[in-house]
Design a protein around this ligand. Structure first.
Ligand code: URA
Length: 433
């Protein structure tokens, strides 16, 4: 086989077969193909797209490029969730323990943050001592003993994805629905979950800016999951303003614990997290209807069982579970600065992407994968969309470490104020199944 022929075929609108795709992925993984040929093929895929059969073949070849977890020793349908990435999105920390508390094993692999979006692994890593990259044995033990396991993907999982992503990153080929689908789904399939609920974010602070793009990605991932026999469903959710009051790793742990304690129950973050937990319960066979699932979710929070699961998960994996009760044990910021409203009005919009970038500049996120984080810094939002503020009321507090934003005015200009009450925007935009 010659890479030239694959590139030519894709460039001229042809379809690649399973054998060709597997040969390419094996060559990428082994490092035997020149990067310029893989880059050319990636660009051809970007322009020409891929059929569902091609996308599935690419996903499976990438899954098989490394280790696969076998979760069959854990009884029950193992469920996972994936979010395409948002600002302030700490839903995994909330819904994972809830699902486990309801009796459905929740086996989750998460990522680290990059750019304006945060990553679940970074949020968990702000809990002192907690091991965030579990071995297979540790992952299984956590799942068996607490019903919940969350780990960073180890280097052994889908190595082809890391190699391809590095090429995509420098050749402007990240934005391709089949390539994103194969990248995400190969890692999820290698992680061993049998059911998956997807949160495809849509809006100015998301990867997918329009409803059409988000729907196309959701359909593509659902088609690949189904073709593989997975129970899968995608919810398309709005991502304009940050989710919740916290942006920053330790702060997001605090907000998650507060929600598991029954606070902020009507916030968009709580509603989204509870709905996803309910979807996961249904996917895992823990409830027959959405209504039943939502009742179980409320009970798991109200009884304190979900928070108990989180504490047990943290303690089992070396973390300081007492920090979930005493937030002073979590990493703290050294200083703070309050940004205030310059007039009376209603907050009609908050630019989540802009605030996510500020959080990154403070050290809560990474510009490059190798950047070191400051886990205590971030932003505390006082005035979510819809709040009526008076001149000089606080909009947001910056929790600062050694770094400051290059342009502090960015924080203020992320807030839109108006004399008009803003309409309420639905957080759930659609369901793809
Ligand atoms: N997240 C991934 O894991 N892969 C992509 O290609 C895009 C987002």
């Amino acid at each position: 086989m010659r890479a030239y022929d694959l590139i030519y075929r894709k460039k001229t609108g042809g379809e690649l077969d399973e054998e060709q795709i597997r040969w390419w992925v094996e060559g990428v993984t082994a490092g035997t193909l020149p990067p310029e040929q893989s880059s050319a093929l990636l660009m051809a895929i970007c322009w020409r797209g891929m059929s569902t059969a091609e996308t599935l073949a690419l996903t499976l070849a990438m899954r098989d490029s490394g280790a696969r977890l076998d979760l069959s020793s854990v009884p029950g349908v193992k469920v996972d969730k994936h979010s395409t990435g948002g600002v302030g999105d700490k839903a995994t920390l909330i819904l994972g323990p809830i699902v486990a508390a309801c009796g459905v094993p929740c086996a989750m692999f998460s990522g680290r943050g990059l750019g304006h979006t945060g990553g679940t692994v970074d949020k968990f890593s702000s809990i002192p001592g907690l091991k965030v990259e579990l071995t297979e044995a540790e992952f299984l033990r956590s799942l068996k003993e607490t019903g919940f396991a969350n780990s960073a993907q180890t280097a052994a999982i889908a190595p082809a994805d890391r190699k391809l992503y590095a090429l995509r990153d420098v050749t402007a080929t990240v934005e391709s629905i089949p390539l994103i689908t194969a990248s995400i789904m190969s890692k999820k399939l290698a992680g061993g979950a049998e059911a998956l609920v997807l949160d495809v974010k849509c809006g100015g602070a998301a990867f997918m800016k329009t409803r059409e793009e988000a729907e196309a990605l959701a359909k593509s991932m659902v088609a690949v999951g189904k073709a593989h026999g997975m129970k899968i469903r995608a919810l398309i959710t709005r991502m304009e303003e940050p989710l919740g009051w916290a942006i920053g790793n330790a702060l997001e742990v605090m907000e998650s614990v507060e929600i598991l304690q029954g606070q902020h129950g009507d916030s968009v973050l709580a509603r989204l997290s509870f709905r996803f937990a309910a979807e996961m319960l249904m996917a895992g066979g823990g409830a027959g209807t959405l209504r039943d699932a939502e009742r179980l979710v409320s009970e798991a929070v109200a009884s304190g069982c979900a928070l108990e699961v989180l504490k047990r998960f943290v303690a089992l994996n070396g973390g300081d579970a007492a920090a979930l009760e005493d937030f002073s044990r979590l990493p703290q910021a050294a200083g703070q600065e309050v940004v205030r409203a310059d007039r009376d009005g209603f907050v009609t919009a908050i630019d989540g992407r802009a605030l996510g970038l500020v959080a990154m500049e403070l050290g809560a996120g990474r510009r490059e994968l190798t950047d070191l984080l400051d886990l205590g810094v971030g932003l505390r939002i006082h005035a979510p969309v819809g709040t009526r503020v008076k001149k000089d009321d606080p909009l947001v507090t910056l929790l600062l470490g050694g770094r400051r934003p290059a342009d502090p005015g960015q924080v203020f200009s992320a807030f839109s104020l108006s004399t008009q009450v803003p309409p309420e925007n639905p957080w759930l935009l659609g369901v793809v199944e």
